[in-house]
Ligand binder design. Structure first.
Ligand SMILES: Nc1ncnc2c1ncn2[C@@H]1O[C@H](COP(=O)(O)OP(=O)(O)OP(=O)(O)O)[C@@H](O)[C@H]1O
Ligand SMILES: [Mg+2]
Length: 267
């Protein structure tokens, strides 16, 4: 049976199957990890600095290869992802925009790479900029934007490819809490509207609880999954959820788990 023809709802988007990472210098970055990410899930990775969150995200992005075990995408190899017309998009902590190019050209970059024709590309760039509320800034240069706006450009550049899987590594880490909360709300709405499957690295307990359907708490020495935590709260979520007693209780529970994970990371 060809997996890609199976009903999409029955196929996990990512399976991490006993994937392990030992770096070239012999350092064991990740002990074997098993993880399955379902379509539409919003999964956050949280854990002490150096526990392997970015390493795991890079494995899922196929930016690095596991030393042992494997990762599957839609139950197939990475080479089949593109053949099946699926898209992965990655948002780094640092927005990495081209300083010499206007916002609209930065966002259009992946479409230029993919050879999308000009008229179609323009429509898609406009739609992506509208989704992150940057229509007015389309003709500005990155240096003329605030940090939060630059991050929204970076998200628009990921969304413009219409990804099935969106991977984000601490995208809002450098922003003030107010801006971060607003971007979290935008991201919650966008991922819900688009039925995105997302993996999101963060150090913020509040952000993880607000956004996620599932939270993976990691520990270090060696990098591993310490606990998994579901947030069974309807989505999309808004300011009411953040102000609720349930939100506070979930944050407390996650904080306790993180504290245990930090303790367990002392090796
Ligand atoms: N290429 C590499 N070679 C050797 N060690 C590495 C390499 N990349 C990462 N590491 C080590 O692997 C561990 C996990 O790194 P990683 O960047 O995944 O952590 P992290 O959880 O994302 O941390 P942070 O929260 O600080 O971003 C760290 O101890 C790091 O020093
Ligand atoms: Mg990291």
């Amino acid at each position: 049976m060809n997996d890609f023809s199976a009903p999409i709802t029955d196929v996990p988007v990512v399976d991490v199957l006993s994937a392990e990472k030992i770096f070239a210098n012999g350092f064991r970055g990740l002990a074997p990890i098993d993880l399955s990410i379902q379509r539409g899930a919003f999964v956050s990775l949280i854990g002490p600095s150096g526990c392997g969150k970015s390493t795991l995200l890079k494995l899922i992005a196929n930016l690095i290869e596991p030393s042992d075990g494997r990762v599957q995408w839609w139950r197939g190899d990475f080479s089949k992802v593109g053949q099946a017309g699926r898209q992965l998009a990655f948002v780094f902590q640092d927005p990495t925009l081209m300083p010499w190019a206007r916002v609209e050209n930065n966002v259009r970059l992946p479409l230029d790479f993919a050879g999308v024709d000009k008229a179609a590309a323009r429509t898609r760039v406009e739609a992506a900029l509208e989704q992150v509320e940057l229509t007015q800034a389309a003709r500005r240069y990155p240096r003329q934007l605030s940090g939060g706006m630059r991050m929204r450009v970076s998200i628009a550049r990921a969304l413009v490819t219409d990804p099935d899987l969106l991977l984000m590594d601490e995208p809002f880490g450098a922003l003030d809490e107010f801006t971060r909360n607003r971007l979290d709300e935008d991201l919650a709405r966008l991922s819900w509207e688009r039925g995105l499957t997302s993996v999101f690295v963060t150090h913020s307990i509040y952000e993880a609880v607000f956004l996620s359907s599932h939270i993976i708490v990691m520990a270090a020495a060696p990098g591993r999954v310490f606990a998994e935590f579901s947030v069974d709260e309807p989505r999309p979520r808004g300011e009411e959820f953040r102000a609720s007693a349930r939100f506070a209780a979930l944050c407390r529970d996650l904080s306790a788990l993180l504290s245990d994970a930090s303790f367990a990371s002392r090796g």
